[in-house]
Write a protein that binds this ligand. Structure first.
Ligand SMILES: O=C(O)CCC(=O)C(=O)O
Ligand SMILES: [Fe+2]
Length: 313
């Protein structure tokens, strides 16, 4: 597979904390993901008809109505949406940024936004508060590679995320300033961040990788009958216990076969599934996992086991 990122993209993520890469996904990939969005969230026209408009929100708040149409994988749809967050090109970029071949996906959500369904405006904030219990590491490889992927064209009227690159915010807004959501200093910081902000407005298929210590904010959708489809994927170094969001097995009632039936061993490894050849795999653990996911392709795991010197079980 050919990389879709360049060394400059890795360098920009490390140095600036955020960037936009237009057209990372192909139109064909976008089309299959959009079809899944419609299956999971309904046709956008129908969603618009059903709108019950919530009251406008005050400044400095994240209105809960923003988050009503956000769903974690696995979803009841094709592999397109279920595995787009683990597209090999995206994983390759995450690996390069985090400086390791062993990365875990610890959050992957589909989010459908509709004009009028909520006031999607947010204050500038850093995401680290719900990805770790302490503070962002000063070594970005020990933080996360978080990315928002666009599957609809996002103009200024379709709620593009706005962001401030780290070198611009650092002099006056350290990450911990995100803990305050009121007061004069807060208002002044928001004003200055607003002056320095860049937009992520970009065509469908574009991606916005950013760090958990980077100031950004959701903006409102104003296009008449507009909608915005995004997938958020968050990667960390495997075994980095300081970072977490989703405990996958906690959501065991979700349709995991949708993922197991189609994912490669490398994609499953991003969920923490041991790779072929790992001592976890024995005839018994293979049979038990196959019992749980009858259509899972266990062949690579079986082959690796067969190739190993016989060990006592
Ligand atoms: O959806 C977006 O544009 C950004 C949302 C966001 O930053 C958040 O909910 O933390
Ligand atoms: Fe955020």
């Amino acid at each position: 597979m050919q990389d879709r990122h360049t060394p400059e993209h890795v360098e920009a993520w490390r140095r600036e904390g955020a960037l936009v890469i237009p057209n990372f996904f192909t139109p064909q990939e976008v089309a299959t993901v959009v079809a899944d969005f419609r299956q999971v969230f309904g046709e956008p026209e129908a969603a618009q008809e059903a709108l019950v408009r919530p009251p406008a929100q005050g400044p400095g708040t994240f209105h809960p109505s923003q988050f009503k149409t956000i769903e974690s994988v696995p979803l009841d749809c094709s592999p397109a949406l279920n595995l787009i967050g683990l597209h090999p090109a995206l994983v390759a970029y995450a690996r390069a940024c985090l400086g390791t071949d062993d990365v875990h996906l610890y959050q992957c959500q589909a989010w459908a936004k509709y004009t009028g369904a909520a006031d999607y405006n947010q204050p500038f904030h850093c995401d680290y508060v719900n990805h770790t219990l302490t503070a962002p590491s000063q070594d970005e490889r020990l933080n996360s590679f978080t990315v928002i992927c666009y599957f609809t064209d996002v103009t200024e009227a379709h709620g593009p995320t706005h962001y401030v690159v780290r070198p611009d915010s650092d002099p006056f807004a350290p990450p911990e300033a995100t803990l305050a959501y009121a007061g004069e200093a807060y208002e002044e910081r928001q004003r200055r961040l607003g002056e320095l902000a860049r937009t992520t407005a970009a065509p469908a298929g574009s991606i916005f990788p950013y760090g958990i210590d980077v100031y950004h904010r959701g903006t409102n959708l104003t296009a008449p009958r507009g909608h915005r489809y995004t997938v958020t994927a968050c990667f960390k170094r495997a075994r980095n216990d300081a970072i977490a969001f989703t405990a996958w097995a906690f959501h065991h009632l979700k349709p995991w076969a949708r993922i197991f039936d189609h994912a490669s061993p490398e994609q499953l490894a991003c969920f923490g599934v041991p790779r072929p050849g790992d001592p976890f795999w024995t005839e018994t653990t293979l049979a038990r996992t196959q019992a749980r996911y009858p259509k899972w392709n266990a062949a690579p795991y079986r082959a690796a086991l067969a190739a190993q010197p016989v060990a006592a079980e």
